[in-house]
Design a protein around this ligand. Sequence first.
Ligand code: SF4
Length: 442
Amino acid sequence: MTSTTYQPETGRRFHISTYGCQMNLADSSTIAQSLLTRGYVRAEREEDADIIILNTCSVREKAEDRIYGRLGEIYRFKKERPDLQVAVVGCMAQRLGDELIRQVPHVDFVLGTDRQFELPDVLEGREGTDRVMTAFGHEDMDAIEPIKETPFSGFVTIARGCNNYCTYCIVPFVRGKERSHSPDYIVAAVRDMVAEGVVEVNLLGQNVNSYHSGDTDFADLLLRVARETGIARIRYMTSHPKDCSKKLIHAMRDEPKILPHIHLPIQCGSDRVLRKMGRFYSVAHYLRVVDYIKEQLPNVALSTDIIVGFPTETEAEFEMTLDAVRRVRYDTAFMFRYSVRPGTLSAREFEDDIPEAEKIRRLTKLIQVQQQISYECNQAEIGRVHRCLVEGTSKRSQDIIRVRTETNKTVLIANGSPTIGTIVPVQVSSADAFTLHGELVV
Ligand code: SF4
């Protein structure tokens, strides 16, 4: 792109759609923030936008198929308004780069996970920018603004990228090597949020509990955030079992602001398959960690990620996954069929030999088992009183208030309308596998 003197085209309207994980949500907010500070205006609908931005996910084939579908729909707008600009950012942009422009010529810009925050410069044709930018190493970590998700809650990305290279996972290829924000940056970011009324912060990272900056590890960081910022509630995700230390569990036990919910992906219940996945822990080790967590944090809620149908997984090994799920009794779980991700080790070296129908049969069976456990865990909540953050009204009715427990469960209450953003005591009165119902304790 040739260099020109540029004028920020203030007032141009942008619309950003986000796909995938909370990291993408946080990144989209950061991109939106950088456009707003440059005088761009947020459009509520794509139809009204001069710039359409898709922040994409690449974790499964389905996620990318959805983006191709969206880009097909956007082509209609572009035909009607040729000046419309389309930018694709995030993990799919990082994975495909120039290839995406070849496949979808009406896309104007493709910015990878390290370059997406330069979108305002790209739109204005600033020196050194280009139509496709996917190189790593350009990102000024501490320049990335942390973002408020709502007036009372926010995300702070504490680390980006991942060094684990699990054989099925595209993340290290699209998010790069692990790099952490400095503890001072994170403490300052949370303190700023508290000054703006935030009561709950979510610390994000692909592998959040391997956080390290100088002498500060994740447990140290959590305690600093709890004791130096005035924040009321701290959540974090996503953890890796190999980095779930006793020190971290003790920090959660001793500091009540660190909420008792851990998302701890097990992925599979067979050691042979875990080795093939490159997960660096055994089922026995994982269960020892879980037992210690439950011993030290009796009210903890556990959630996990599970993949079924990984190459060569036998029926007996699938049964081992079901056994592990019955043994741990997760409150919730995210469950997936194995999906080949081009560029990963498993795509290069392992044949995708489990038939799709068999993957679906295993996934259906797993969901059945987990839903029954979630139902039983939620039944056990009846009568308990939780300190809940008032998040808003339920999707179904303005008269129903949606609150979130310390253990990251949604409770719907019908008696009273506590102020949004406050923390209130709620007693659970009934439950199904997905939602709790309760009353405000007055
Ligand atoms: S820990 Fe494994 S699954 Fe998680 S982001 Fe890193 S490579 Fe992917």
